[in-house]
Design a protein around this ligand. Structure first.
Ligand code: NAP
Length: 280
């Protein structure tokens, strides 16, 4: 499994596992736990979750999946913006730790920009780091101007933001114009969420299909290789079906050629100007 460096040079796998929509139906819990474990076996040891997903249900599934395997996992969770006051962020993290059944979250993200001052949220993150309850922090759904404010507030507090987790796939390429270069300049990995476009129209793209046929792989695998072609991008596809998990792990070794990328560019052009950050 290729790796990526976070802002503090910590190495993490380039391909992780998402958990949105897990923990919603009791009857699917067993399959979801097995899915995450299979993903761990295949090297996708970064797991992304959030207090929002199934209102804690996804964190409980993750907790069950990683029980007995904590040391293998790089665990990412997120705080709701409305919980991101100085005290609120600490209380939210403590609830997440309980549901996850762990003593520490490896990377804790502010899920999207909210109304609590960034300085307060960062002070909460710093208190959590000092208490050993999180190892590092970052943000999600921040556009370049917002991320610049985060980095300035972090510097002022003597702290550092480790990543920005944002929407990124061949039909949502806006970040290539400004956010990706900004993060690369600061040696900060970007986490690409919904890299498969939530298995919607993206996976029916004729261009991705043509590239996939040339390589004898699926359109989903091409989408993951597209995200991972960038040395600062981590992709976190969510999959429950075992065939999907195996296919996703295998995509880590798929290399797209210049001709493949030109075909994708022709169908899904890269941005030629700044675009508002898309988010789900
Ligand atoms: P996604 O990963 O783009 O797509 C998930 C869908 O793709 C599922 O229906 C899954 O089916 C299917 N799938 C997975 N692998 C496949 C394959 N090889 N071939 C065909 N279909 C495949 O969408 P996502 O869940 O929205 O995004 C991934 C993760 O990013 C989330 O789970 C979450 O952790 C994170 N996220 C973060 C934010 C944020 O605001 N920070 C927003 C959205 C997502 P099965 O499950 O049936 O296998």
């Amino acid at each position: 499994m290729p790796t990526r460096r976070l802002g503090d040079a910590t190495l993490v796998p380039a391909l992780g596992q998402g958990t949105w929509y897990m923990g919603e139906r009791r009857g699917e819990a067993e399959a979801e736990i097995a899915a995450l474990r299979l993903g761990l076996d295949l090297g996708m040891t970064l797991i992304d979750t959030a207090e929002m997903y199934a209102e804690g249900g996804a964190e409980r599934i993750v907790g069950k999946a990683i029980a007995g395997r904590r040391a293998e996992v790089f665990l990412v969770s997120k705080v709701y913006p409305h919980n991101a006051s100085r005290q609120g962020v600490v209380a939210a993290a403590e609830r997440s730790l309980k549901r996850l059944g762990v003593e520490r979250i490896d990377l804790y993200l502010l899920h999207w920009p909210g109304s609590h001052p960034l300085g307060e949220t960062i002070a909460g993150f710093q208190a959590l780091i000092a208490a050993g309850k999180i190892a590092r922090w970052g943000v999600s759904n921040f556009d370049p101007a917002g991320l610049a404010r985060v980095m300035a507030a972090a510097r002022a507090a003597g702290s550092a933001c480790m990543t920005d987790q944002v929407l990124y796939h061949p039909q949502a390429r806006g970040i290539e114009f400004d956010l990706l270069p900004l993060c690369a300049e600061h040696r900060m990995a970007v986490m690409a969420y919904s890299p498969l476009g939530q298995a919607g129209a993206l996976l029916r793209s004729p261009a991705l299909g043509a590239v996939a046929r040339r390589h004898g792989v699926s359109a989903a695998q091409v989408a993951l290789a597209f995200a991972l072609r960038h040395p600062h991008v981590i992709a976190i596809p969510k999959a429950v079906h075992p065939d999907h998990i195996r296919a996703n792990a295998a995509a880590a070794s798929l290399r797209l050629t210049p001709a493949d990328l030109a075909e994708i560019d022709a169908a899904h052009p890269p941005p030629d100007r700044a675009e508002p950050l898309e988010m789900l």
